[in-house]
Design a protein around this ligand. Structure first.
Ligand SMILES: [Zn+2]
Length: 314
């Protein structure tokens, strides 16, 4: 049947986008497994993108790729690195600038904390201090920064609210604040890089941890401004450390590498990840693929509690 053939292959890509700030921990590995499985179940190609604009630990990207391969996750194109794509980000920034959507910001973190802000903006949101300055005030701002050797950041002139749809969280509408597009140190901001990459790489499904849910509406707004299709969002629950923190590489939370080094076979790691996403008994990525229900709600996972065999390994 021609209609079946058409629905079997959907255009677009899923992706996993690690930052190489350390070794892959169990939280990263679980999100990677889900991103890979959801993409494969939807007939999407799967991409790996190294988000290395910031906080890079030498060799970490290579080690993360190796760990993912040991868990039998695969990807369809060579991984791209954000550090090699700045021309794309600058081009997008140029388009926003031409559209009058960008302004310079001279505020320090402290300035932003201390400013009064409109009641509809969440704590920590930028209050718009530099949004409507005149030429004279801007020159003064540049001078003030230059005195301490800094440059202005560039912000998006945000407007209104943006709505996204998430597979597990449903509809989410948030005000679009004036996000940083390029930081004062010249580094392209995460929000711009991720939107440009997803747009240019034709990513149609974004699977990532819950802590990024609140940034999805503003990223979707930025995607629309740049003329990209907004992807399907699938935010999945976090993996938590022994004391209830979000799992983090820098805190030495359980890494795939440490488990392998301690003699834990890959099937045992995949088995624990699989059990945590509702597929108990699966021992390989392919077995997960065969049995994972992509609509099933997931729970937060504490690898350190219950009868997880992993934590006794190291
Ligand atoms: Zn400012």
């Amino acid at each position: 049947m021609p209609t079946t053939a058409l629905t079997q292959v959907r255009p677009g890509h899923g992706r996993y986008a690690p930052s190489p700030s350390g070794d892959l921990h169990l939280g990263n590995a679980r999100t990677a497994l889900l991103a890979w499985a959801y993409a494969r179940l939807d007939g999407l190609a799967f991409l790996l993108r190294i988000e290395d604009l910031d906080r890079v630990q030498p060799g970490a990207a290579e080690r993360q790729c190796e760990d993912l391969r040991l868990l039998a996750l695969d990807w369809d194109e060579p991984p791209v690195r954000q550090s090699q794509r700045t021309a794309h980000y600058e081009a997008a920034l140029g388009r926003l600038r031409e559209g009058g959507m960008v302004y310079e910001c001279y505020c320090s973190r402290r300035d932003i904390q201390d400013s009064p802000r409109a009641p509809h903006l969440p704590p920590g949101a930028y209050p718009g201090t530099c949004r409507d300055l005149d030429e004279h005030q801007r020159a003064a701002g540049r001078e003030r920064l230059a005195a301490s050797g800094r440059k202005p950041a560039l912000r998006l002139r945000g407007e209104g609210a943006s709505t996204i749809h998430d597979r597990f969280h449903g509809e989410l509408t948030l005000p679009v604040d004036d996000v940083v597009l390029r930081r004062g140190d010249g580094v392209i901001a995460y929000n711009l890089a991720v939107v440009v990459d997803d747009g240019l790489q034709h990513v149609t499904q974004v699977v990532r941890a819950d802590d990024l849910l609140s940034s999805a509406p503003r990223q979707a707004a930025l995607a629309r401004l740049l003329g990209y299709a907004v992807p399907e969002y699938v935010h999945v629950p976090l993996v938590l450390s022994e004391d209830g923190r979000r799992y983090a590489k820098r805190d030495g939370d359980l890494t795939v590498r440490a488990l392998l080094a301690a003699g834990c076979p890959p099937e045992e790691i995949v088995g624990a990840l699989a059990a945590s996403i509702g597929v108990p008994g699966a021992r390989t990525a392919d077995e997960v693929l065969g049995r994972l229900d992509p609509a099933a709600r997931l729970e937060v996972w504490w690898p350190h509690t219950g009868d997880s065999p992993l934590t006794s390994r190291v």
